[in-house]
Design a protein around this ligand. Sequence first.
Ligand code: PLP
Length: 273
Amino acid sequence: MATITNHMPTSELQALDAAHHMHPFTHGVGLGAKGARVITRADGVWLTDSDGHRILDGMAGLWCVNIGYGRKELAQVAARQMEELPFYNTFFQTTHVPAIALSQKLAELAPEGFNQVFFAGSGSEANDTNLRMVRTYWAEKGQPDRNIVISRWNAYHGSSVGSGSLGGMKGMHMQGGLPIPNIHHIDQPNWWAEGGDMTPEEFGLERARQLEAAIEELGPDRVAAFIAEPVQGAGGVIVPPETYWPEIQRIVDKYGILLIADEVICGFGRTGN
Ligand SMILES: Cc1ncc(COP(=O)(O)O)c(C=O)c1O
């Protein structure tokens, strides 16, 4: 297959990268001194860098290449769609066949009751949308003051202002004056790091019940939603104790609070289901 990669020497690519390309979550000067690894090709689960090293892609890109690299059928269908209709919006009483077909397919694959799809370009954008959507939901129901979203310390929900506020990474909050108002954080269910003498089951219940305590403290009529990753990813790939989620479900049901399950990196087959 013909290559479209410009194969300048690695050192030249690294120098150009250091001169012009800002990397996320990265100290630019430090990276410039070390030189970034230049990825040039990928196939299946394997990456190749500009020096020809073969690397196992254990993180699936950024947790998102869950069907592997080099899927010819995807390249072909993307090329066909680019020729037929590369873009159109769905704002002004219009729609298009790919949006219809994909939303119908997702509704079919998702558990019962999940029938409607709103598309976003990234996880950060999706969570910003979630924030506005749950607040708008309660406002439309005549409860505009029900606008607090409870999240967890060490959660990661994205890097925009809204999603960074929903996240619980203190280092991110230090940048740009986050979190925005009416976001409240409780502790994470990380038994391995914070469980102390408790069994995982006891600890899972204790951490879930922090949600109930926070709702009581803030006022049940003020809490719009609880957002959490079913399995925390960026925070350390943390699987909560088995008692955690059933207790969370009991609490959100009791108070009628919306639950935002952020499956940006653990959904769509990535945990094996
Ligand atoms: C759970 C979770 N939510 C949201 C995001 C943000 O997604 P994106 O990087 O597409 O903005 C991530 C990114 O890794 C994530 O892990």
